[in-house]
Design a protein around this ligand. Structure first.
Ligand code: RB5
Length: 147
C-alpha cells in the first residue's frame, strides 16, 4: 500500500478538488482531504500552512494545493521550510516539476482554464521520478535559500 496523498483547497477550487480526489481514489490511492467544501470561505495561506505542516510531520507521498488561481496557495506553501511547491501550467511542466525540481507539493487553480486536464498533470507528476545528478545540486541550492 502506498502512502496517502494530501490535498487541501480554499473555496476557489472545491469542484477541482472533488475531481482530483475521485480520480485518485478510482486509481486506488488513499487521499486525505484537508480542504473545504462548498460555501466555506477560508484564507488560502491557512490551508497551505495546514497541509505543509502535516506533510512535513507525517508519512505522505506528496501534497496537492488548490485555490482560485493556484498562485496564492503556492506562494504561501513555498514560505514553509522544506516545501518545494510547483504550479505547473501543462503536462510538460508537471513532468519537469518532479524530474528537475523534485517538487513535494503541486498546486493548481480551480478558476484557470488549462490546456491539459489537471488529472493528467497529476498523473504525469506521479509517474515521473526525480532525475537527481546536477538537479540534486540545484535543488540543494533552492533549499539553502531557506537558511
Ligand atoms: C480567493 O477568492 C482567491 O483569492 C484565491 O482562491 C486564490 O485565487 C488566490 O491566489
Amino acid at each position: 500500500m502506498s502512502q496517502p496523498i494530501l490535498i487541501g483547497n480554499d473555496h476557489g477550487a472545491v469542484e477541482l478538488k472533488n475531481t482530483i480526489v475521485s480520480h485518485l481514489e478510482k486509481k486506488g490511492f488513499e487521499v486525505r482531504d484537508l480542504g473545504v467544501g462548498e460555501e466555506e470561505a477560508v484564507d488560502y495561506p491557512d490551508k497551505a500552512e495546514e497541509l505543509c505542516r502535516e506533510l512535513l510531520a507525517g508519512d505522505y507521498m506528496f501534497g496537492i494545493l488548490l485555490c482560485g488561481t493556484g498562485i496564492g496557495i503556492s506562494i504561501s506553501a513555498n514560505k514553509m521550510d522544506g516545501i518545494r511547491c510547483a504550479l505547473p501550467q501543462d503536462i510538460f511542466a508537471a513532468e519537469m516539476s518532479k524530474l528537475h525540481n523534485n517538487a513535494n507539493v503541486i498546486a493548481f487553480g480551480g478558476r484557470i482554464k488549462y490546456q491539459d486536464s489537471v488529472t493528467d498533470m497529476v498523473d504525469k507528476y506521479m509517474e515521473t521520478e526525480f532525475e537527481g545528478g546536477r538537479h540534486e545540486r540545484r535543488v540543494g541550492k533552492i533549499m539553502d535559500l531557506e537558511k
